[in-house]
Design a protein around this ligand. Structure first.
Ligand code: C2E
Ligand code: CA
Ligand code: CA
Ligand code: CA
Length: 279
């Protein structure tokens, strides 16, 4: 097979080499971006399902590249992670949030807490988590309101260890959310052994909530279990009024998604809240 299609393999190798070069260019540029002002933050609120009051905001990072335009974090966060830049990225995000959000006077008032995403590699190192904790504590006006979002797959390595780490950090005031809930293989084990403040039902369930009765059954069961454990449930990726209404009927208490608000820069967030408050 390899010999017969020798030319094709050669062609693939060339493509691979090119892709590899693009990645290493991107990595060099990312290192620069982390030191200048080409990364920025956007904030996406989440809301109570009934009255649509803001229950918190989630921070999402953006990279404005000079040639490629805005590069998705789905691309550059894994690149950062693979190249030992997770700590720098997280510290950048924490520093920037600390600069932007407490200054609005909304944090702890109209915005009860702020959620920060961290990578799996960071969560899987107890030392990295201690560093992050200390770094967050050094931002006194921000620290009491920080919630950490980890993905379910991050806890998959070792549920016992993950559970102990989360317990220790929660005892010291940090709150935790499990992102993309339902997409891993450990959802039930997670609920059984790890005490968190919130789970976010992955948007792949929400997307089919009106067409797939099995997805609906799973989401109902998750809502029921979480409520028994006093864990908040957020449905993410809500894009339509129909989805919102179905989730309400199912007893889901919090929602997030484009139907409610897109992620937005700090200035737009402040305006958004001013409008919301006068209604
Ligand atoms: P995530 O944490 O699951 O964040 C939700 C993603 O879905 C965001 O994409 C958001 O813009 C998008 N989204 C929100 N509402 C809707 C909706 O109604 N429909 C659809 N289709 N999408 C919606 P984004 O900003 O591109 O982020 C992608 C992922 O990158 C995030 O997924 C998160 O895992 C990661 N990420 C983002 N910011 C950071 C960061 O500061 N640090 C780390 N470690 N990861 C980050
Ligand atoms: Ca998230
Ligand atoms: Ca998610
Ligand atoms: Ca995700």
């Amino acid at each position: 097979e390899a010999k017969r299609t020798g030319n094709r393999i050669c062609f693939h190798n060339k493509q691979l080499a090119q892709a590899e070069r693009q990645r290493s260019d991107l990595l060099k540029e990312l290192k620069v971006a982390l030191t200048n002002e080409s990364l920025s933050l956007v904030y996406q609120p989440k809301y109570s399902a009934d009255k649509l009051r803001i229950t918190g905001v989630e921070v999402l990072v953006r990279w404005h590249h000079p040639y490629h335009g805005t590069i998705s974090p789905a691309i550059f966060v894994p690149l950062a992670e693979e190249n030992g830049l997770s700590r720098i990225l997280s510290e950048f995000v924490v520093t920037k949030v600390a600069k932007e959000l407490p200054a609005t006077g909304l944090l702890g008032n109209a915005i009860p807490h702020v959620s920060i995403n961290i990578s799996a590699t960071e969560f899987n190192s107890a030392q990295a988590m201690e560093n992050l904790y200390d770094f967050i504590q050094s931002q006194a006006q921000l620290a009491p309101y920080v919630r950490i979002e980890i993905t379910e797959t991050a806890t998959l390595n070792d549920i016992g260890k993950s559970s102990a780490l989360i317990r220790s950090l929660r005892d010291r005031g940090l709150s935790f959310s499990v992102d993309d809930f339902g997409t891993g293989y450990t959802s039930l084990a997670m609920l059984k052994d790890v005490t968190v403040d919130e789970i976010k039902i992955d948007r792949s369930f929400v997307a089919v909530i009106d067409s797939d009765s099995r997805a609906r059954t799973i989401v109902s069961a998750v809502i029921a279990m979480a409520s028994n454990f006093r864990i908040d449930v957020v449905a993410e990726g809500v894009e339509t009024e129909a989805q919102l209404n179905t989730l309400r009927e199912m007893g889901c208490k919090q929602v997030q998604g484009y139907y409610l608000a897109h992620p937005m820069p700090i200035k737009a967030l402040v305006e958004h809240l001013e409008v919301a408050q006068t209604h």
